[in-house]
Design a binder for this molecule. Sequence first.
Ligand code: RB5
Length: 149
Amino acid sequence: MIAVASDHGGLELKQTICDMLQARGLPCEDYGTDGTDSVDYPDFGAKVAAAVAAEKIASGILICGTGIGMSIIANKYPGVRAALVHNEFTAQMAKEHNNANVLILGGRILSPEDGLKLVEIWLDTEFAGGRHQSRLDKIVAAEQRLQKQ
Ligand code: RB5
């Protein structure tokens, strides 16, 4: 199960991605938005990030116009590793090195074809572990220190 959400700037790409996920046999939980009206990206990014942070859902995809706003809101949630990717290399590294559990895309930057390709790369790449896990452990430690303050 993958949770997907967008604002109006990512609506078209979100729908394309949901169709692709379903075609791959991956159920897509669509957290909105559902129409072309202007909406606020934090409302939708927070839904997916909260579900991933609570471990209700293992991973998510968020799309706004640039991907920047969705990145900012998603990474506020402990346990969320949200990665804004722009090309095949960053999509691969987002999983291989960062084990990103939320993929972020810019709906006004990527064509639907390019967006789909980046999602496929992220899905098909394995986390490398090893020294990269140690680095993620340091992020968890930082989150825990911040929660105590
Ligand atoms: C909406 O106009 C736009 O600001 C939003 O989609 C996103 O790009 C924000 O980071």
